[in-house]
Design a protein around this ligand. Structure first.
Ligand SMILES: Cc1cc2nc3c(=O)[nH]c(=O)nc-3n(C[C@H](O)[C@H](O)[C@H](O)COP(=O)(O)OP(=O)(O)OC[C@H]3O[C@@H](n4cnc5c(N)ncnc54)[C@H](O)[C@@H]3O)c2cc1C
Length: 386
């Protein structure tokens, strides 16, 4: 049932997209007394499909898939350290459980070649200020005895961890509403038009005005601003996820692989969440996704190879989601030549970045100096813009 009847005629700030970023931003703005509405159409949200990994070290998956973008993402890794810190700040302030912990992330190797790749990566990440170290098999027997015999070593990133998206999304939304934000569901924003000093927002048969608009629409952000002549070369990656029945706690880390598509962790609830980039099928961004049997079997089999005890657990649910991705970097700030139009879009691992992207955007919008230089994240970096 659409919330269209509740759309106001006029609002100070309209946030388009009620994922982790849009909701966190609405909460932060509402807390500062800003009159804010968040509009969400409930389709293809990364926030409701993601794995809850808090990523900090460079993901080998990203290097394999997008080598041309890897150097820029690597340079931005300190931002991910800030992003985990922001999750802790959020968890402290929100007063509801979000399932957050940062007990470290292991990227495991099975061959000498993979180990050398990790050692070189570890050295570069130390230079960037990350708290990372290499562990050999003896270290792993002590720190991560759950790993299978094929693993010969790993890079440990102490910043990494996990959050439970099912808890966190609810908690952030409740906090936003408590602070005074209005969250309107099942409302699709069709068009944005600059008229006079404000933005006219068309949502179905309803049109209303906002002084400021924030684009936090994940994978569909690009199509919202294209009619304004702004290019956001969004990629929509259809991905696959599995989750097991709860088990006694036995996996302490976020676990990834140096060369294979696997990411897994055990939530506080005991369930093991398994993903890592296996594909689902997306025919059209406006259509539902299809789970692929090969991904289900391949992903679960690989997880049991890396952590054999997973082989004894039942998979209770499997799902697909769209990962919004651009050139690996966030898009932040006000669009030049479009006063009052702001972007709040995470880069790679956008759930990790969500609360930080929100805080930086809230700072920009309320005139607080930001903790980082925003130039690399400006929308102007895309060819053909401005
Ligand atoms: C399977 C999977 C696993 C992932 N795992 C991780 C992980 O472990 N760690 C990590 O850091 N990241 C992960 N990601 C990436 C992460 O989920 C996303 O980057 C992140 O959730 C993006 O958050 P967001 O709030 O920016 O966008 P979203 O959560 O996508 O929210 C955008 C919202 O905008 C709405 N919207 C779009 N267009 C309109 C419109 N025109 N009108 C109204 N509403 C609109 C959508 O319905 C959606 O609800 C994963 C992604 C997937 C798919």
């Amino acid at each position: 049932m659409a919330d269209r009847r509740n759309i106001p005629d006029e609002v100070d700030t309209a946030v388009i997209g009620g994922g982790v970023t849009g909701l966190s931003l609405s909460w932060m703005l509402a807390e500062q007394g800003v009159d804010v509405v968040v509009l969400d159409d409930g389709r293809h949200a990364g926030s409701t499909a993601n794995a809850g990994s808090l990523h900090v070290q460079m993901q080998s998956r990203f290097i394999r898939l997008y080598p041309e973008a890897a150097p820029a993402v690597e340079a931005a890794l300190p931002v991910y350290v800030m992003a985990v810190r922001e999750w802790f700040r959020l968890a402290d302030r929100i007063g509801r459980p979000v399932g957050l912990d940062a007990s470290g992330g292991l990227m495991v190797a099975e061959t000498d070649e993979q180990l050398s790749f990790l050692a070189a990566k570890c050295d570069r990440e130390k230079v960037l200020g990350l708290d990372v170290e290499m562990l050999d098999r003896t270290d792993l027997d002590r720190a991560a005895p759950y790993l299978g015999p094929a693993v010969i070593g790993a890079e440990l990133c102490h910043h990494e961890g996990k959050v439970n998206p099912l808890l966190a999304n609810q908690a952030i939304r409740a906090a936003a509403i408590e602070a005074g934000a209005r969250c309107l569901d099942n409302v699709t924003v069709d068009a944005l038009t600059r008229t006079g000093g404000s933005w006219e927002i068309s949502a179905g048969s309803k049109t209303f005005c906002a002084g400021r608009v924030v684009i936090a629409a994940g994978a569909r952000s690009g199509s919202l601003v294209e009619p304004l002549g702004i290019k956001l070369p969004m990629r929509s990656e259809p991905l696959h996820m599995n989750i097991t029945a709860p088990a006694e706690p036995f996996i302490g880390h976020l676990v990834q692989h140096a060369d294979r598509m696997i990411t897994l962790k055990q939530l506080g609830s005991g369930n093991v969440v398994i993903g890592g980039g296996w594909p689902s099928r997306l025919t059209d961004i406006d259509q539902p996704l299809h789970v692929l049997r090969e991904s289900l079997v391949g992903n679960v089999s690989l997880s049991a190879h890396v952590v054999p005890a997973i082989g004894g657990l039942d998979v209770i649910r499997t799902w697909a989601g769209v990962n919004p991705s651009l050139d690996g970097l966030c898009v932040l700030g006000e669009a030049p030549d479009h006063a009052g139009l702001y972007f709040a879009i995470g880069g790679d691992a956008g759930y990790t970045l969500g609360p930080l992207v929100a805080r930086l955007t809230a700072d920009i919008m309320t005139g607080v100096p930001t903790e980082i230089d925003l130039v690399p994240y400006a929308v102007a970096r895309f060819e053909g813009n401005f």
